[in-house]
Design a protein around this ligand. Structure first.
Ligand SMILES: [Zn+2]
Ligand SMILES: [Zn+2]
Ligand SMILES: [Zn+2]
Ligand SMILES: [Zn+2]
Length: 765
């Protein structure tokens, strides 16, 4: 998803492997990024571009006049099944403009208001009142009570409309325990006193230069758990299209009814929205509002709009690289050129491979001030030594040019130059048709004009930077059984962005901060006490509760090019610890932990039990399959069979897995869900408490995972009306969750509602 699609990637790697050795050497030994770019792009042949175009066409991103009819029917099916979310999305795909466009294609006129009504109904059922109101007023504006709709009982539409408006009003008047207005003011966490050295950071954060680690953030005073440290809007972000493969053209797959991130979130601000406003020119860019559509169009989408299929083929990193240069503005080539020149001089005099130690005494941060060379010790800062979330800071993020393999650089360079050629072609077309081309000044010659080369080099730099500096923008999506009583939650990646200040944080496998997002704004909070002078760190992904030390080290080395020496890695390497409890095997006869490599033997003195590891591993694999089947039954609402299956799994698991094994946790969690769906709250709570112990052993008592689990337990106690248990679990859940996310968080708000409901019902407490 970040990198180009597999076909294009393997096509380019094959092209690389077939290049004459001498050319490979020239590209590999190129000293600057502009050399890499120029040499690689001269190798891009017309047949390569034809191949790429064919791939891009696999993504259907155009508009089609027949689509509204199709989506309406699919929407109706979902509506009958009471799947209001999907129905709303499908109805949204037949947006008003498309419906009006379809009129000329014989679309039955009398059905138009009905779709809009259905969509509004879905939105009301889902409690998305603002979007419902917008749909209703669109409907009123575009389909006024008119006598021309003679064959449609227009009175019934009016009646329905009136009825819907009442429903919206009714719902809006419901007393909210946690008013939306309050949530809104809390959206902006307050960082307190302004930080003069570092924008978007609290005054307790300082920027330093460490001879070994480079730039890093440290606590300038003691920081308490839960304290917000950085709040930064993405300098650039691109919505991840979702995991679905492209649809290849055939009659029944022409219109995609699958719902992805792209249908649920605004392409500019990432707000969750069901009534999207689609772009006029393409079918893939959708927004939460006219305002977002307008801003996106002006800033970047008018250039990106015709390139949809190409950008999906080239991957998110290439898309971000393009959007970054568009945000800086095509007019401002001189600015990019200046930054490129500065950096390419550095590339020559100071290979980055040994730059880390030298940065302090190198010319890296020299900036001219009143004609004098002033030394600013930290790259990315302005003349006054202030670091801000701006393009200069983005440009100064390390691309690690010397660490990437030559074929990777070749691959990125060719993606960028293919994109540049498409941009040029688009601008020719714009000139030919007299459309607005002021932002695209392209040369008439087939070679890249100098300006395009400057953008190309900048884009290549950004693509290489992204491997180490891209930040995943995530959200918690709630999942649940069909009964939907106890919700599970999982973290999903919504978008990829660049945050210049957050990029300053170094990695630790056991970090002292947490990150959370509202639309494109990231907030970093301390998840534990951080002493004055201590480094502030976050986790790039390989967390100690998710993988063992060897796997983490390997991952960090190959993606981020460093050897992790965080305290977690240090102790784990030195203790040569046995497998963590959440993946340990135990003795069949006495339940003590098993030890050893290929052959495991019981750790208890006097027990002679021993077994081959691969035997246990295959048992575990079978068990995982069985659990998967049970989960499928559960999500299909087959509760009794699901419980029987899970109990069988549980017996099996207990005979060879440690009590805190992750799979046992999953089984208990499934049992808890099934019991809750059957209304057996007590049993459900017992199972969930078992699952909670596994989560605690693995992730720690104040981890965000523990917070989600406590939230579930609170829901169960609440539904079972176990008041004291519910209240104490709510308190614990709030305590843990507030270390990781702000008060706007869905789960925290839900907890507040439960609490005040319980307190209202039982005033004696
Ligand atoms: Zn938006
Ligand atoms: Zn568009
Ligand atoms: Zn580590
Ligand atoms: Zn034993």
């Amino acid at each position: 998803m970040d990198l180009p699609v597999a076909e294009w990637k393997s096509y380019l790697l094959q092209k690389w492997s077939l290049l004459p050795k001498s050319i490979q050497v020239t590209v590999s030994t190129a000293e600057t990024l502009s050399d890499v770019f120029l040499q690689s792009s001269s190798l891009l042949q017309p047949e390569d571009e034809i191949f790429l175009k064919r791939l891009s066409k696999g993504y259907f991103v155009g508009k089609d006049s027949g689509a509204p009819l199709f989506y309406r029917e699919e929407g109706n099916k979902k509506f009958q099944e009471k799947d209001y979310t999907v129905a709303a999305v499908l109805y949204s795909k037949t947006c008003l403009k498309d419906i009006i466009r379809a009129q000329t294609h014989g679309y039955p006129e009398r059905l138009q208001p009905k779709i809009m009504l259905r969509k509004a109904e879905c939105l009301v059922a889902l409690g998305r009142l603002q979007e419902a109101r917008r749909t209703i007023s669109d409907l009123e504006r575009n389909f006024p009570a008119s006598p021309t709709l003679a064959d449609f009982p227009s009175q019934s539409v009016q009646r329905n409309l009136h009825h819907l408006k009442m429903k919206v009003q009714e719902k809006e008047n419901l007393p909210e325990t946690f008013p939306a207005a309050l949530a809104k003011t809390l959206e902006g966490v307050d960082l307190g006193e302004e930080n003069k050295q570092l924008s978007n950071a609290s005054s307790s954060v300082g920027l330093c230069m460490d001879p070994l680690k480079g730039r890093c953030l440290v606590a300038t005073r003691e920081i308490l758990p839960g304290e917000p440290l950085v709040k930064e809007d993405a300098f650039v972000s691109v919505l991840n299209p979702g995991e679905l493969p492209p649809l290849h053209h055939s009659l029944d797959s022409k219109w995609d009814t699958r719902v992805t991130n792209g249908d649920l979130y605004c392409h500019r601000c990432l707000k969750h929205t069901l009534a999207t406003v689609p772009c006029d020119g393409c079918s893939y860019a959708k927004y939460c509002s006219q305002e977002c559509l307008r801003q996106a169009w002006e800033l970047y989408h008018r250039i990106e709009c015709p390139l949809g299929g190409l950008l999906l083929t080239l991957g998110v990193f290439c898309h971000i690289a393009l959007r970054l240069t568009l945000l800086v503005g095509f007019e401002d080539v001189s600015k990019i050129r200046k930054l490129c020149d500065e950096v390419s001089n550095k590339d020559i005099y100071l290979p980055e491979s040994n730059s880390r130690v030298k940065t302090l005494n190198s010319g890296l941060g020299e900036i001219e001030k009143n004609g004098k060379i002033v030394e600013t010790p930290i790259p990315g800062c302005d003349v006054n030594g202030k670091y801000e979330s701006n393009y200069q800071a983005v440009f100064n993020l390390l691309p690690h040019t010397e660490n990437h393999s030559p074929e990777h650089k070749f691959l990125c360079a060719l993606c960028v130059s293919a994109l540049c050629r498409q941009l040029e072609a688009a601008s020719f077309q714009a000139v030919a048709t007299g459309a607005d081309s002021s932002r695209l000044k392209a040369a008439a010659a087939p070679e890249l004009c100098p300006d395009v080369t400057v953008w190309g080099v900048a884009m290549l730099r950004h693509m290489l930077q992204l491997q180490c500096n891209a930040q995943a923008i995530t959200t918690i999506q709630h999942t649940g059984s069909k009964e939907g009583i106890v919700t599970g939650s999982r973290q999903v990646r919504l978008a990829t962005g660049i945050f210049p200040v957050i990029s300053l944080l170094n990695h630790s496998c056991s970090p002292n901060t947490s990150v959370s997002f509202i639309s494109t704004i990231a907030t970093i909070q301390a998840s534990q006490r951080i002493g004055k002078g201590q480094e502030i760190v976050h986790c790039y992904g390989p967390h100690k509760s998710r993988m063992g030390v060897a796997e983490r080290q390997q991952k960090l080395r190959s993606q981020y090019f460093f050897d992790c020496t965080c305290p977690a890695c240090h102790t784990e390497v030195h203790e040569m610890a046995a497998r963590p409890r959440w993946e340990a095997f135990c003795c069949n006869s006495c339940r003590a932990p098993m030890q050893g490599d290929d052959v495991l033997s019981c750790g208890r003195r006097g027990c002679a039990e021993s077994v081959r590891r691969d035997h246990l591993a295959s048992r575990l694999q079978d068990l995982r399959q069985q659990v998967g089947m049970a989960q499928k039954l559960l999500s299909d609402g087959e509760l009794e069979p699901a419980i029987q299956q899970l109990l069988g799994c549980q017996r099996d698991a207990k005979s060879f897995l440690s009590a805190e094994h992750a799979v046992l946790g999953e089984i208990e969690d499934g049992l808890a869900q099934a019991c809750a769906a059957l209304g057996d709250w007590q049993k459900s709570a017992t199972h969930l408490q078992n699952s909670l112990r596994v989560v605690e052993a693995r992730h720690g008592p104040s981890s965000v995972e523990m917070g989600h689990e406590l939230f579930k337990l609170a829901q169960i106690f609440f539904n079972g009306f176990a008041v004291p248990e519910a209240l104490s679990t709510i308190r614990k859940a709030e305590e843990v969750l507030s270390l990781h996310c702000g008060p706007w968080d869905d789960e925290i708000q839900e907890l507040q509602k439960m609490k005040s409901c319980l307190l209202d019902l039982t005033p004696s407490l």
